[in-house]
Write a new protein. Structure first.
Length: 341
């Protein structure tokens, strides 16, 4: 008999971050701080998606190190392992088991239409890499498994992942239609007010781990002198008029947006307090340094105590597995696999 999809008065939220590159200010202001708030409002699951990272070749030592650093970072930004479920994706093997079931549900044509596969495979080809992994092509099925396996109601996504969430919903609906009500249909969670963090040197582009301009991206564990220098050299314009207008003044508006996010104030209102760019740059740098200092200190403590970090990771995998196992069994029962498998 197929177990019913669970219902709950508390909304369940899931999100993840790849343990590659350095986590930057855009990640912190645009996502991680919101996760720390959401954990108290929803039944929240957060993870380091290391299985996604290996769709392109990774150095094993670096991947292991970056995964530990990412988990320490998630705790340091305010995620409480006693409040939310915090885990490493590959430590819950049910993800890959459900991914296979969903790969057999999604169509080749649907995967071929994914714009991220087109973009990433084209970039690898341009870089002279002949090897484009099959995992890069099929990983939307794994992403769907990540979401559906925890019966997530809401999934915080950016524009670049919206297509994958739509595919997740399509696959879940198809599975439910074929085999009976099995999966919860997730909704995209788009914050009404979100920090819009752009590159400090190219303010029409989002701040990114892969930016070719290191002076435009601020890592959240950077030295404070380096952070101050980057804001001091941030691109503005020649008008010397402070106003919040991303279309006409992207550089100035980016600084106001960052300052507003760091101080929980409205960027447009902040503009009225400045008549020169220099003080705006200085105040933004100071606000960011103040916001990041406790995060930097907490992560240093965790990385100096590997036993505590290991305990957090192991406990998170245990909590996540308890939920994931039920969902996978529900899906296998629905498809007709023999019990006990």
């Amino acid at each position: 008999m197929i177990a019913a999809v669970p219902s709950s008065f508390m909304t369940r939220v899931l999100s993840g971050i790849q343990p590659t590159g350095d986590i930057h200010l855009g990640n912190f202001l645009g996502a991680l701080r919101q996760w720390a708030i959401d954990q108290h409002l929803h039944d929240s699951f957060y993870c380091a998606v290391d299985l996604h990272a290996v769709t392109v070749q990774q150095d094993p030592v670096e991947l292991r190190s970056k995964t530990l650093e990412t988990m320490a970072t998630l705790v340091s930004v305010g995620l409480d392992p006693e409040v939310c479920t915090l885990f490493v994706q590959s430590h819950v093997p049910y993800h890959t088991e459900l991914s296979w079931l969903l790969e057999c549900t999604v169509s080749f044509g649907e995967l071929r239409r994914m714009t991220q596969f087109k973009d990433k495979s084209a970039k690898q080809g341009d870089g002279g890499q002949e090897h484009v992994s099959a995992g890069l092509f099929t990983y939307p099925a794994l992403m769907a498994a990540d979401i559906l396996i925890y019966d997530a109601d809401r999934v915080p996504v950016g524009d670049d992942q919206r297509q994958h969430l739509e595919l997740t919903r399509d696959v879940a609906e198809r599975f439910n239609s074929r085999y009976g009500q099995t999966f919860v249909l997730p909704e995209a969670a788009i914050p009404k007010i979100a920090a819009r963090v752009m590159d400090l040197q190219e303010p029409t582009n989002k701040m990114s781990k892969s930016s070719e301009s290191p002076m435009g991206t601020v890592g959240i564990f950077e030295d404070t002198n380096s952070i101050a220098k980057k804001f001091k050299r941030a691109i503005t314009d020649s008008e010397n008029q402070v106003r919040f207008d991303f279309d006409a003044k992207p550089g100035v508006s980016n600084l106001l947006s960052i300052l507003g996010a760091a101080t929980d104030r409205d960027p447009a209102s902040l503009a009225d307090e400045y008549d020169q760019y220099g003080p705006l740059k200085n105040d933004t740098a100071e606000a960011i340094i103040d916001a990041l200092e406790p995060v930097q200190n907490r992560r240093a403590e965790l990385l100096a105590d590997p036993a505590e970090l290991d305990r957090i990771i192991a406990r998170g995998a245990e909590k996540a597995s308890e939920v994931a196992a039920i969902t996978v069994q529900r899906a296998k029962d629905a498809m007709g696999f023999l019990p006990g498998g």
